[in-house]
Design a binder for this molecule. Structure first.
Ligand code: AMP
Length: 394
């Protein structure tokens, strides 16, 4: 898959290094409510600074739609970063303007600087070559460590690599070595667990993983499209009618390849899509009208947990039910528990599944929690990620 040069494969001492991070943090006004993404970027920033680079960091934050907007300023990130690094972080009020250029030129070895939100320029998302060239002219080396945006070919994630020697940081390196390793040389039995809202969002992942896994577990709202394809009564459960044929094809493909495809056998259902709905435990082939499946049931939890127990590699993406609501969080929790207890190489692909693992305090019991939702899905689909493909091979 990918075998890319890292920050350790290039001489950074005395060099200006443009490092693309993912500082797209949640903000309440100017207060950062979760600094996880900043913390995750620290190993690469520290390595560069400790090894004498002049570090110029860049990132996007939110969707300012190509215009300057103080609501999306990275200034609070510079402050937090300085606190976490225990040293000053220079902040430039623009991206490729006078402030950024003057401050970049004045950096000394080991200094760290952050420029403003790259999405203040509409050219960023268009991957405009002139803008990318200007951005690249701030530095002599490019480091991409923003896995969360690596599936986008933007100026700061791909464009700059056309003008500078380009390598990856530790975050991207970890993502590609662990996820890439599991996809190319998985230890068997290999179990994939897919859940979440829509089959249509996960078709690519199912198609790619069905070629590699021994067991494919499908939960979440997605499962009901498969149940409908099997002529089960699914009541008012979510169903993508235009994907029923596809669900049939995927089931046939799993059968032909000898993949053990597991679907829920029972469900926790509600009489409306509401955390305070009336609750019913029902078998999968007979969900009454007026009820919708909102989580897998206890018998299913046991079947899924048994399959996960025997795994050597596990990949999990998507909740088993509406895990945001306590009444329907049990299935997701029990899968999280089974993954944590499995002792397998375990990879959690972003979003709700990562949140469930973290909430239960299992983060250190799994091998890897991916830092990118969309990017990790595209990776699992086997698609080329432009922000990684553009980096130098080892
Ligand atoms: P995704 O972003 O595709 O991973 O989907 C996550 C969303 O799927 C969460 O917001 C869940 O509430 C939702 N979800 C999971 N299971 C169900 C279900 N049985 N019915 C409705 N929504 C569900």
């Amino acid at each position: 898959m990918y075998n890319k040069k890292t920050v350790e494969d290039i001489e950074v001492k005395g060099k200006k290094v443009l490092a693309r991070c993912d500082f797209n943090v949640p903000l309440d006004g100017k207060t950062i409510t979760d600094a996880k993404r900043i913390r995750e970027a620290l190993p690469t920033i520290k390595y560069l600074s400790d090894n004498g680079a002049k570090v110029i960091l860049c990132s996007h934050l939110g969707r300012p739609k190509g215009e300057f907007n103080p609501k999306y300023s990275l200034a609070p990130v510079a402050e937090k970063l300085s606190e976490l690094l225990g040293k000053p972080v220079v902040f430039a009020n623009d991206v490729i303007g006078e402030d950024a250029k003057t401050k970049a030129a004045a950096l000394k070895d080991g200094d760290v600087m952050l420029i403003e939100n790259v999405r203040y320029h509409k050219e960023e998302e268009k991957n405009d070559p002139e803008f990318a060239k200007e951005l690249a002219s701030l530095a002599e080396i490019y480091v991409n460590d923003a896995f969360g945006t690596a599936h986008r070919a933007h100026a700061s994630t791909e464009g700059v690599s056309h003008y500078l020697p380009s390598v990856c940081g530790y975050l991207i390196q970890k993502e590609i070595s662990i996820m890439g390793g599991a996809l190319t040389q998985p230890k068997h039995p290999f179990v994939a667990i897919l859940g979440g809202a829509k089959v249509s969002d996960k078709i690519g992942v199912i198609n790619n993983l069905i070629e590699k896994v021994d067991t494919l577990i499908i939960g979440g709202a997605m499962a009901y499209t498969f149940h409908k394809a099997n002529n089960y009564s699914i009541g008012d459960s979510l169903c993508e009618d235009d994907k029923i044929e596809l669900a049939k094809e995927l089931m046939a493909k799993a059968k032909a390849k000898g993949v053990n495809l597991l679907l829920p056998v029972d469900n926790r259902a509600g009489d409306k899509y509401d955390p305070d709905c009336n609750f019913l435990l029902v078998n999968s082939d007979n969900i009454p009208d007026g009820y919708m499946g909102l989580d897998i049931g206890p018998a299913t939890e046991k079947i899924f947990a048994d399959a996960i127990k025997g795994a050597a590699t596990v990949i999990w993406n998507g909740p088993m039910g509406v895990s945001e609501w306590e009444k329907f969080a049990s299935g997701t929790r029990s899968v999280a528990q089974a993954v944590a207890d499995s002792g397998a190489i375990s990879i959690i692909g972003g979003g709700d599944s990562a949140a469930a693992i973290e909430k239960l305090g299992f983060a250190d019991k799994v091998t890897h929690i991916s830092t990118g939702g969309g990017a990790s899905l595209e990776f699992l689909e086997g698609l080329v990620l432009p922000g990684i493909a553009c980096l130098q091979d080892k």
